[in-house]
Design a protein around this ligand. Structure first.
Ligand SMILES: NC(=O)c1ccc[n+]([C@@H]2O[C@H](COP(=O)([O-])OP(=O)(O)OC[C@H]3O[C@@H](n4cnc5c(N)ncnc54)[C@H](OP(=O)(O)O)[C@@H]3O)[C@@H](O)[C@H]2O)c1
Length: 147
């Protein structure tokens, strides 16, 4: 996005951005003339999303939902915590991004969700992840339905 001229980005994740790899990416983005807000928040927690959305330097004009947690395991031995561990950021996280954006009256140019073909064809050992991606596909239809 920065390479294509975006001047402001805000990135949300839970674990912070101080690691070497993140710092390298931040430097590259800033060198392209893009200012980046580094926010720590859990998208599965609505109040976190609310706070993060109100902490950006400029108003949010578009959302890319790319949160992912993998807890791969055959479904027959998948613990319910593994199931929800992978699902929460995609299902609850997406609802929170959508609801907070609505609540704040944001005028969004795009609401892009990074789903996966696994949500359509399935994937051994990833029933939780594929369910999350199937949800994202359905949510895209839901938002289209809202216009
Ligand atoms: N990689 C692939 O081959 C591939 C293929 C098809 C689709 N995709 C999709 O593309 C997207 C990105 O994939 P990726 O490979 O770039 O994944 P990744 O490197 O694992 O990045 C996922 C990010 O999500 C963040 N995250 C997870 N749970 C979160 C939460 N509750 N709140 C806020 N941030 C959260 C993680 O940071 P923290 O853990 O610090 O929060 C991490 O930075 C995913 O939606 C995935 O389904 C990827």
């Amino acid at each position: 996005m920065a390479k294509n001229g975006v001047k402001h980005l805000a990135v949300i994740l839970r674990s912070g951005h101080s690691d070497e790899r993140s710092q390298g990416v931040v430097k590259e983005i800033e060198a392209l003339g893009c200012q980046i807000d580094l926010l720590s928040a859990d998208v599965a927690i609505a109040s976190d999303v609310d706070k993060a959305f109100q902490a950006t330097t400029v108003p949010i004009a578009g959302i890319v939902q790319g949160a992912m947690v993998l807890r791969d395991r055959m479904f027959s031995s998948m613990h319910v915590s593994d199931y929800h561990g992978a699902l929460a950021c995609k299902v609850q996280g997406t609802w929170n991004l959508h609801n907070v954006a609505e609540k704040l009256g944001l005028k969004l140019d795009f609401f892009t969700m990074l789903s996966s073909i696994s949500g359509v064809v399935g994937q051994k050992g990833q029933a939780n992840y594929t369910a999350g991606n199937a949800f994202l596909d359905a949510f895209a239809s839901y938002r289209h339905g809202l216009g």
